[in-house]
Design a protein around this ligand. Structure first.
Ligand code: BGC
Length: 725
């Protein structure tokens, strides 16, 4: 057979046209079929062209269940059947959830967000891609871009936090890291922006639950990070499990076909979530599998992850005219486009001859160590307890996570190995002088006994990863049973206490704060977590992480987020006398953007390029930041804006820009920010994105509740900056 689609000199679209011309309906449908853990039992289906892609996962809750890992030779063996023994030789696409590192495990995404560093996120994604590609994988289901406001939801661990701007910046960085400049590069893999959309809005934080948000918050809060990922060229998008106001996303034509594909011009593929096409029946919008298949394909789902419904039902649906042949062609075109862009037709046997030599290289570990160190958030540091003084001689290390290895990985670690982890104990022994007496005492009674003769206690408390991730929500945001009591008991002895809280979500640390003198918060920090924590405890690295989510003072406050609305009866800012709760302040315990360091930074007065800027103009802001302390440090400078009066209500503050700056003692640096008027757009009464004239406030501050506002005004007509929104 003449195979013009194999001619790499032709443009991709021409190659797709050539293929579509010769494909039978069954072969087209085969491309939409994704199976789990492909193996020799699938060989006949491969020969018939009825499988388009495969994912490797232990099951529906793969994030919490380990599997045997993937094997390059096994992947190649099945690929060989697809390309050599099927009629058209279309290569398979291999996917796996490589969520925060493959063998070199980085901090969980929420921890990566706490670095506020697109550079670190990009570098981590690149390393993950390099290792995953070496093992023959082509596609990962990450980054997760769900905006999260409720830490009861276990999947906040996988997110970049509560803020659309921060999440969008990190989304761009992650996509660039995984995909590089060229998807066909041997160290690139396709990324997947998920879960599109608003999955994080699950009521009560209960996974998979109903999402009942309005079209304006969908557009202005939940969609922007996805838009950023699409603009960065993300190759694939995953439709989310949830419904939004009555419409399951898997059947949401307006969201998938209209917004994503038509308005935003996304030309990659949309994959369903696990078995989600079939779940349209449980949602109660499809009476049977055939109806589910029609709804999903019509809505714009291109690949059916594991439900087999497209494979079984699409032929009949196309034949009867219930699904148009052009809708099927569109799905297949998108799938083939990703395969061509990955270079799979030229190089179907991707992978490294010896993947083991690629994993955990020294620079990879170093990058993971830096990302983990910069993800740690110092929440309390009474009397400058940290970094530990050089003359500290006897240190007690205790708490349930004191010797954690695999538990440092966090959820969705499918390929990290416990033996690769640097534990905190090991790192402390490396970092402390020989004459320091480190006593590791996991049992409380023993710990209490030793506490009397130690200078300081390092108490590792927090969550085992199995308490978070998919399908693992909690009702209590306090430490798991018994852990606060350990701190309380040690507190009674009277020695200084450092609580090292290792967790997958924001916790209610009110009680911890009353017993610990210092609190160092670590979102599950990954394979180099021990080194990273020791680096910060010992002062070899500044404490520079900043919270990507608000920390409540009580679980009863959630959802709690900084960019809330004013209401008609706003509370006076930063006052605790007034509150909506009879039994608590409304304020978070630690706000979004918060984190201490080992030095002190002073902020000058922001200088604006103009007090008035046109509704299609640009505002530039200069500010002097000075390190007034006696140690070098890294500050994350945050720019927030409020639109004081608009045609619809607007948040009390919104992050619009940020920058990290490293300063030595006494050093002052002028930071320059630029905000486009278009960055201030929001969905107006007609739901179109618009920029309105009017008064605004701007803060350049260390966190979402800090700083003094300066005023500026947008002038001119209402502008509609984005026809696609
Ligand atoms: C999760 C996705 C994941 C998929 C494949 C689903 O249960 O929601 O995030 O990518 O499984 O493992």
């Amino acid at each position: 057979m003449n195979k013009p689609w194999m001619n790499a000199a032709l443009p991709v679209e021409a190659r797709i046209d050539a293929l579509l011309e010769v494909m039978t309906p069954a072969e087209k449908i085969g491309q939409t079929q994704q199976v789990r853990n492909i193996n020799p039992s699938h060989a006949d289906a491969l020969r018939a062209g009825s499988i388009g892609s495969a994912l490797f996962a232990s099951g529906a809750w793969a994030g919490n269940e380990r599997d045997g890992g993937v094997r390059l030779q096994a992947l190649h063996a099945m690929q060989r059947v697809a390309v050599e023994e099927s009629r058209l030789g279309i290569p398979l696409l291999y996917a796996r959830d490589v969520i925060h590192g493959h063998r070199t495990v980085f901090p969980i995404p929420l921890g990566q967000a706490a670095t506020w560093s697109p550079d670190l996120v990009r570098a981590g994604a690149r390393i993950a891609a390099t290792e995953a590609a070496a093992e023959g994988l082509h596609w990962t289901f990450t980054p997760m871009l769900d905006i999260v406001r409720d830490p009861r939801w276990g999947r906040v661990a996988e997110s970049f936090g509560e803020d659309p701007h921060l999440c969008g910046e990190l989304a761009r960085a992650a996509v660039r890291g995984y995909q590089g400049d060229d998807l066909a590069h041997p160290e690139s893999i396709a990324a997947c922006a998920k879960h599109f959309a608003a999955y994080g809005g699950a009521e009560g934080g209960r996974d998979y639950n109903t999402v009942d948000i309005g079209p304006r918050s969908l557009r202005d809060t939940y969609l922007p990070p996805f838009r950023a990922a699409v603009r960065a060229g993300v190759a694939t998008v995953m439709a989310s499990f949830n419904e939004i106001d009555g419409m399951p996303v898997t059947a949401h034509r307006e969201l998938l076909r209209q917004t994503l594909k038509e308005n935003w011009g996304f030309d990659g593929l949309v994959v369903s979530d696990w078995n989600a096409v079939a779940e349209l029946i449980a949602h109660g919008v499809a009476s049977d599998r055939r109806a589910a298949g029609k709804l999903a394909l019509d809505a714009g789902v291109d690949i059916d992850m594991v439900s087999n419904i497209f494979l079984e039902e699409l032929a009949g649906l196309v034949e009867s005219g219930d699904v148009s042949a052009s809708a099927l062609d569109d799905a297949v075109r998108r799938i083939l486009r990703v395969k061509f862009r990955l270079g799979l037709f030229e190089q179907p046997m991707r992978g490294h001859a010896d993947p083991d030599t690629v994993f955990l290289q020294a620079p990879f570990r170093q990058a993971a160590r830096q990302a983990a160190a910069e993800s740690l958030v110092l929440l309390e540091n009474r009397d400058g307890l940290l970094p530990l003084r050089a003359d500290t001689k006897r240190i007690l290390l205790t708490g349930p996570l004191a010797s954690a290895d695999q538990a440092l990985f966090g959820t969705w670690t499918l390929d990290g190995l416990a033996g690769d982890v640097v534990t905190l104990e090991k790192a402390l022994r490396e970092g402390l002088g020989k004459d320091v007496d480190l006593r590791v005492k996991p049992f409380v009674d023993e710990a209490l006994l030793h506490a009397r003769s130690c200078d300081v206690a390092l108490v590792c408390v927090g969550e085992h990863p199995s308490r978070g991730g998919e399908a693992n929500s909690v009702v209590s945001l306090e430490l798991p049973a018994g852990q606060t009591e350990i701190l309380e008991a040690l507190h009674r002895i009277g020695l200084p206490i450092v609580a090292i809280v290792i967790a997958g979500r924001p916790l209610d640390l009110s009680r911890v704060r009353s017993y610990a003198d210092a609190i160092l918060f670590a979102f599950h920090p990954g394979v180099e977590g021990g080194h990273a924590i020791a680096d910060v405890l010992l002062g070899h690295h500044d404490a520079c992480g900043r919270l990507p989510m608000s920390f409540p003072r009580h679980g009863g406050q959630v959802p709690l987020y900084y960019n809330h609305k004013s209401t008609g009866r706003p509370l006076p800012p930063n006052q605790h006398v007034h509150a909506r709760y009879a039994d608590s302040s409304d304020a978070p315990l630690y706000p979004f953007g918060y984190g201490l360091g080992y030095t002190r930074f002073a902020y000058g007065t922001p200088r604006l390029s103009a007090e008035e800027i046109p509704t299609d103009g640009e505002l530039r802001i200069d500010i002097d930041i000075t390190n007034h302390g006696d140690r070098p440090g890294i500050e994350t400078v945050q720019v927030y804006v409020r639109d004081l009066c608009a045609s619809v209500t607007r948040p009390v503050r919104e992050l619009k820009s940020f920058a990290r700056v490293a300063l030595v003692p006494g050093e002052t640096r002028t930071l320059a920010f630029a905000i486009q008027a278009a960055d201030l757009a929001f969905s107006g009464p007609d739901l179109r994105a618009r920029v309105e004239p009017g008064e605004h406030h701007l803060w350049v501050a260390a966190h979402a509740l800090a700083g003094e506002p300066v005023a500026f005004r947008l002038t001119g007509p209402v502008v509609y900056p984005d026809p696609g929104a």
